[in-house]
Design a protein around this ligand. Structure first.
Ligand code: NAD
Length: 246
């Protein structure tokens, strides 16, 4: 089979460069365009089979429009989307296959699965907190992965992410309520991405932790997602679908 003609958007960034390097080692793919600020996205999209976007969430509508116009497969790796941008992604997925995931690593997707299971097994007497740490240059907070972990906890409890999360604590905040998921973002150094989910009850505590030590794990997962999505009908998928964890 001919290699998948792949466009990397955000190609000069940390993830973009890792994606280009990983794709070079993978005979199933060929990078046909490395696009970044100022480059001609429109022409490059027309000439590829699939777009892998790790640029910035603020341009997701533009990337969606180009991919829908030319009927291309799209992998969205950016994080920090607004509710309106998420609605645009769902709408575009009616016409093209899209994989959108806050984290493409196999380990973190296992953590997602374990978090749901642990929340179900441990039940409502455990307090829920999510802690993440990333390098000092990360722009959005909390991380997309921490947000997804909190969403999974909220789903398991029948709560809502928007109403029942508490981002950091400062000052005389009063006692912790039973209905809250604490979310805490630490920034510093060159940390690629650490996430811990805490389940704390009287007398015992469970902690689930994932630590990424390089970006290759995300890049390999995103390329795998592009190859997988290109064989799928239009729809919105995430890494749980790609890995068959549903
Ligand atoms: P980065 O700042 O190093 O790279 C982003 C690149 O996008 C830069 O080269 C920038 O010039 C480019 N860019 C910005 N606006 C653009 C535009 N309009 N058109 C084309 N290119 C544009 O950031 P990064 O660390 O590589 O992360 C990029 C994104 O990927 C972030 O949203 C981050 O949260 C996300 N991320 C996701 C995963 C995952 O597994 N889903 C993993 C790591 C990072």
């Amino acid at each position: 089979m001919a290699p998948l003609k792949t466009l990397i958007n955000g190609a000069r960034g940390r993830m973009g460069q890792t994606l280009v390097a990983c794709a070079r080692e993978n005979p199933a793919l060929r990078v046909t365009a490395e696009v970044d600020v100022g480059d001609d996205l429109q022409t490059a999209v027309a000439l590829c089979d699939a777009v892998v976007d790790f640029s910035h969430h603020s341009i997701v509508e533009l990337v969606l429009a180009r991919c829908v116009e030319h009927r291309k497969t799209l992998v969205i790796g950016t994080t920090g989307h607004t509710d309106l941008q998420m609605a645009a992604i769902r709408h575009a997925a009616q016409s093209i296959p899209i994989v959108c995931a806050p984290n493409f690593s196999v380990g973190v997707n296992t953590l997602f699965w374990l978090t749901r299971k642990a929340a179900e097994i441990l039940g409502p007497s455990f307090d829920l907190e999510v802690v993440e740490m990333h390098h000092r240059l990360k722009k959005d907070s909390p991380s997309g992965t921490a947000k997804r972990l909190a969403e999974i906890l909220a789903e398991a409890r029948g709560w809502s992410y928007n109403d029942d999360t508490r981002h950091g604590r400062h000052g005389i905040v009063g006692e912790r309520t039973n209905r809250e998921i604490g979310v805490h973002a630490i920034r510093g150094g060159d940390v690629v991405g650490d996430h811990t989910v805490l389940f704390a009850a009287n007398g015992e505590r469970v902690e689930l932790t994932h630590k990424a030590s390089n970006r290759e794990t995300f890049a390999q997962g995103a390329l795998r997602a592009a190859l997988w999505a290109h064989t799928q009908p239009a729809g919105l998928y995430d890494m749980q679908d790609v890995l068959g964890l549903r």
